[in-house]
Write a protein that binds this ligand. Sequence first.
Ligand code: RIB
Ligand code: CA
Length: 322
Amino acid sequence: MNGYFYEQKQSPIPVWIDLDTGVDDAIALMCACALEAGGKLAIKGVSAVSGNVPLTRTFENCRDVLSMCGRSDIPVYAGADRPLIEEPVNAVGAHGADGLGGNILEPSKAPRETEKAWDALYRCAQECHGELELILTGPETNAAIAFMKYPQLKTMIRRILVMGGADIGGNATAAAEFNIYADPHAAQAVLESGLPIVMCGLDVTMKAVLPGRQVRELVGLGAKAAPFFQASMELVNTIMKGTLGDECTVHDACPVLYAVYPELFTGVECGVSVETRGTLTRGQTVTDWDTDNKFPVRNVLLVRDVDRAAFAQRLMELLAPR
Ligand code: RIB
Ligand code: CA
């Protein structure tokens, strides 16, 4: 397997981030902005996709979060307002109807980009000469459309880092994680791209938490991200009927932090495929790492574990006000 999964790139790493901004997407975007400020990432573009909430909200949320971070200079492009084939689903229970857990932000003053996400991504990839890394934290519809419209894009992307799927379990259903469940056909198209994929599924993201003590520390510091952690804990605790532990998952921060700090994580190289036709199993990601019957293509690093304390410490470093 190539070194794309592990080798440290010289900084800054050029990235395109595609999100269905929701609460944890917002936190991931704040982390990316902090990593860029530290010279670790170069955010070449951001795109919005329908997912947690409709595209009309995710697009504005991406814009407004970047503006809150003082980065309204980063262009945001609107993509798909629905999955490739399936009917739209949402996750308003975990993100609120506005997608940001009720956190009302000052509207961005940046001009609204009119170029479609997939066209802007292709143009950006051409400009990055094969070095662009694609980070997906929502349903993978925009990436799938980009690969279908521009097949040569697959030769221009260095690797893809996703929050999505799970080796075991699910949160949208018993078998499927939300991002993949929402658009299984798109996820399959991305997996069939043949590009190296770092897959941060629930196996790792359910361990990638910020303990309540550190959430309260961020609140005390007046960190911009603090209200998003608080909202997430309240909403998820409601969904879990009061059984949530004193911690906040930050699913979408995982691929962003993996891009810069892969040493925080451990995983296994394998093949992954998606169930697109199942009733009970629609959107299930099937992996071959623990079976003798291997898939023909093994282009995924399935991230399975994280150094929890180090992950939380990195989040604090990135999100605590300087
Ligand atoms: O399953 C978690 C994923 O679904 C995260 O990306 C969250 O934002 C939701 O989209
Ligand atoms: Ca998301």
